[in-house]
Design a protein around this ligand. Structure first.
Ligand code: ADP
Length: 429
């Protein structure tokens, strides 16, 4: 402010002094003041232009009050821009975090219209952002159980289970949460796996009681029928059946214990380098001993020289289980092939047969405890219904996967694929 006054005073005095020389002092002073006012006006005008379009125009470079105003505005702008950058950063991070959430999140407006949705909302509910911006959510989720949740304020916060609008097999848990007055947040979680586990646990308890009750009922029946007067020949004829039933119970309890040990990790893995070719050879010999009366052909197909660093007892019992199953569940004369190969799944050990095969809808459930394709035939074959569950757990402990493929009338293939970390070159000592 002071600088402006001094500048005006100096200019007018100088003009007055020059005017004095021409005896026109007042005119000169007036003209100088007028010029100064016009120059000032011009700078205010430039300032306005700069304020309106700061990127296009340059700021006026007049020293004094205008310059001060410009500097102050520039400072404010810089501060604002920094604050904006910070807020944009926070918003971006928040959006990235919610986008990465496995749960679907949809922000709903007052009338249930979509205002924002994360990536999981697309995968679980089929709500796509920004495509579905402003679309009412009940047009996207049409399950009858959802409408009351959306409309009844008393039900806000409660949880309902619905089928996913984009995948009938997916079960979702939905919850609506109110915030900031009329805004609501729809949260959806995939509970397909939890429901499956609950069903498996329920089935397991029912199955285990049923499986143990059957042989027990037979044994109790015999015991109740026996009296002091029972003829010895009747006792003798009952004994094999009683022995068979108690053996079945014994095997079942043994397998249940093995499973529980594998599951709880109670038994530590004893990893040793194992010659797979040799292991398969000895399993084949055991299988030939088992199938004494039935004529199966067991072939070995060793395509690679690799060894496995594994708990050889566990892997041996898993592969034996697959081979014995192939012997049990295929007709006489069937061909069973044990293969050790490298393919797109990695190093894999497979047991393949050309038996009757298994219908496709059973394949996913085969490794469930007590799951049987043909209950009558299986119990005749002496199975406990736990063999494949044990195989799956043994493989899981080794980081390996069991892939089952089968075709009715063609045969089945049980393929165990091992992670590269435990597959090593042949070890020679
Ligand atoms: P189990 O102790 O009864 O043999 P598993 O868990 O080993 O139980 O097998 C589950 C079911 O899978 C068996 O009951 C049988 O119906 C079916 N299965 C297993 N292996 C084969 C195979 N190679 N061919 C046909 N069916 C099979």
């Amino acid at each position: 402010m002071q600088w402006d006054n001094w500048r005006l005073l100096t200019l007018v005095s100088l003009a007055g002094f020059i005017g004095l020389l021409f005896e026109q002092m007042l005119t000169f002073m007036f003209l100088a003041a007028l010029g100064y006012a016009i120059w000032l006006q011009h700078n205010w005008f430039k300032l306005r232009e700069w304020l309106e379009k700061p990127k296009k125009n340059r700021s006026p470079s007049a020293e004094g009050v205008i310059d001060d105003v410009c500097r102050y505005i520039e400072q404010m702008r810089q501060q604002n821009s920094n604050r904006k950058k910070k807020l944009t950063g926070y918003l971006k991070r928040f959006q990235q975090a919610t986008a990465a959430l496995p749960d679907a999140i949809v922000v709903l407006g007052e009338y249930g219209e979509v205002e924002w949705a994360n990536q999981s909302a697309r995968e679980l509910l089929g709500v796509r952002w920004p495509r579905d911006n402003n679309v009412r959510i009940n047009n996207l989720i049409r399950d009858p159980a959802f409408q009351p949740l959306l409309e009844d304020p008393m039900r806000q916060g409660s949880i309902i289970t619905v089928k996913s609008p984009i995948d009938e097999t997916m079960q979702l848990e939905l919850k609506l949460v109110s915030y900031m007055g009329s805004n609501r947040l729809l949260i959806a979680r995939d509970i397909t796996q939890t429901i499956k586990l609950q069903r498996m646990r329920r089935d397991f308890v029912a199955n285990v009681s049923h499986e143990l009750r059957t042989p027990l009922t037979v044994l109790r029946g015999y015991l109740e029928a026996f009296t002091d007067d029972t003829p010895p020949e009747m006792l003798r004829s009952a004994l094999p059946a009683m022995r068979q039933q108690s053996e079945r119970m014994h095997l079942m309890i043994k397998d249940l214990l093995v499973l529980s040990q594998l599951e709880t990790g109670e038994k530590a893995l004893r990893r040793v380098p194992t010659d797979v070719a040799k292991l398969l050879q000895s399993i084949t010999e055991d299988a030939y001993r088992l199938q004494q009366y039935r004529q199966h052909q067991i072939k070995l197909d060793i395509q690679i020289n690799k060894w496995l660093v594994c708990d050889s007892d566990e892997i041996r019992s898993a592969i034996s289980n697959l081979v014995f199953n192939a012997v049990k569940y295929t007709p006489a004369e069937s061909v069973i092939t044990l293969r050790w190969q490298q393919d797109e799944d990695g190093a894999c050990l497979s047991v393949e047969d050309n038996g009757d095969g298994i219908a496709e809808h059973h394949l996913d459930r085969l490794t469930e405890r007590f799951y049987r394709v043909d209950k009558g035939r299986t119990t005749d074959a002496g199975g406990t219904g736990l063999g494949l569950a044990i195989v799956k757990h043994v493989l899981q402990r080794h980081g390996a996967r069991l892939k089952i493929s089968s075709e009715l009338g063609q045969g089945s293939c049980f393929k165990c694929c091992f992670p590269p970390a435990i597959v090593v070159e042949e070890i020679t000592v």
